[in-house]
Design a protein around this ligand. Structure first.
Ligand SMILES: [Zn+2]
Length: 439
């Protein structure tokens, strides 16, 4: 007993602080390289003319599995990818459930939305027009990706170790509202949330950090994580042996500014990493359990789908994507007898006791969602992530829906959706999120 007390005291003295509830948490960390073996078509920009030609740095899927002292678990997975589909996330979750017992609601899969990553089958399917060989490559990668995502979560869940969690935030200023290209007066959120995972002695093990901005500094033909990839590399260089994971926020209407070169992507990555380092240097707030997880879908209705007659009259009209959309909708009518008139939008909530609430929204949500949730839930400490579990369309706020434009409905055609959401989209999502929160 005396020896135990002395060793605990030694830890306290060496670290200069009392361990934060060291015995409460167990955390597992894992990573897997998801760079395609072959140079396949890159996602994000519909205007691309050829597949990838090189690799700036590997693309990663990284997983954290949290377990509180009562045995409640949650997994957070980050990926250097354009986005996942509902089908892929659900398939991965079902397989993980069989291997670990963790179910769909316990698994949050986020994508950094880097536009220098391979096409993920089914994500913005009408943005591309593949030859059969290119389609085979995309199909093959989808299979490999599913295997790897399962593997990384299972591996994290099998490497649980005692840990302590703490939270802080800082700021990085390169995100700019992009409505109307560059919109310095538009809403943006420069917050960089940081969750620190340390061992019981206080030694840093992993860093989960976020930012709400498209990973679109670059538009070249190499596999690259863009600013988020460079930020993760910078942090892992600075803290050897530590895993840094990037969680994308509601950056649907934000771009890095300026953009266009590798140097700028590296610069933004460094400034994001510097914000994380500053947050880690500040006194962090301890994050306790218990862990609570919730996951729910709600239908977001679209405007009325066109009739077959309307579609037949539209054939050959508009740009190449509008023409693909007409063809796609006619095919849906032929095969399913109907065009989907809503999307089952998902929201997920992971509560770390009263100390931190992570809200994961599906789709490319604009920043208004994070701003409104912060206002409505203050003083609760929340972290809102977009691009969770599925990237099926842009998700405008009521304001952006009314304004229209690319994020308001203009980009729906790339996702194979006939029209914008019906008014009320923002309130439907807010109601869903509120219903998932512990009062
Ligand atoms: Zn986007």
């Amino acid at each position: 007993m005396l020896r135990m007390i002395l060793s605990w005291l030694a830890v306290v003295i060496v670290c200069g602080q009392v361990p934060l509830h060291a015995s409460d948490w167990q955390v597992g960390v894992a990573r897997i390289d998801i760079t395609p073996a072959k140079k396949i078509w890159l996602a994000g920009y519909a205007s691309r003319t050829k597949p990838a030609e090189g690799t700036t740095h590997p693309l990663w899927a990284k997983a954290l599995v949290f377990k509180d002292e009562r045995g409640n678990r949650a997994a957070i997975v980050t990926t250097d990818l354009i986005g996942l589909t509902r089908e892929l996330s659900d398939a991965v979750s079902a397989r993980v459930a069989r291997e670990t017992g963790m179910t769909r609601k316990q698994i949050l899969l986020n994508s950094s939305h880097t536009h220098c990553s391979p096409v993920v089958r089914g994500c913005a399917p009408l943005a591309y027009d593949f030859t059969s060989e290119q389609q085979q490559d995309v199909d093959h990668y989808a299979k490999v990706l599913e295997e790897k995502l399962v593997k990384v979560i299972v591996s994290a869940s099998r490497s649980l170790k005692p840990a302590q969690l703490s939270y802080s935030e800082d700021q990085a200023s390169f995100a700019m509202n992009r409505r109307g290209r560059i919109n310095p007066d538009g809403p943006v959120d420069h917050t960089v949330p940081v969750l620190k995972i340390s061992d019981p002695a206080g030694k840093l093990q992993a860093i989960l950090f976020g930012y709400a901005c498209h990973n679109t500094t670059l538009a070249f033909f190499e596999y690259c994580g863009d600013y988020a990839g460079f930020a993760q590399i910078e942090l892992e260089k600075q803290y050897p042996g530590v895993t840094a994971l990037f969680l994308l926020g509601c950056g649907g209407d934000a771009n890095p500014n300026p953009r266009g070169t590798r140097e700028l992507a590296e610069q933004h990555g460094r400034s994001l990493a510097a914000a994380v380092t500053r947050a880690l240097a500040e006194p962090l707030k301890a994050v306790d359990g218990p862990l609570t997880v919730k996951f729910q879908r709600t239908d977001l209705p679209f405007t009325k789908p066109p009739s077959r007659e309307e579609l037949l009259a539209r054939q050959g009209q508009g740009d190449v994507y509008s023409q693909r959309l007409t063809k796609h909708l006619l095919k849906q009518l032929d095969q399913q007898g109907t065009i989907p008139d809503a999307y089952p939008f998902s929201a997920q909530v992971i509560e770390f006791g009263n100390d931190l609430t992570l809200i994961g929204l599906g789709g490319e949500t604009v920043i208004d969602y994070a701003i409104r949730l912060h206002e409505e839930l203050s003083p609760r400490q929340i972290w809102v992530a977009g691009y969770c579990n599925e990237v099926f369309a842009y998700v405008p706020s009521e304001r952006v829906l009314k304004e229209g434009g690319y994020e308001g409905g203009g980009a729906m055609k790339y996702f194979g959706i006939h029209g914008p959401f019906q008014p009320g989209v923002e309130d439907r999502i807010m109601k869903l999120v509120h219903s998932l929160l512990t009062p």
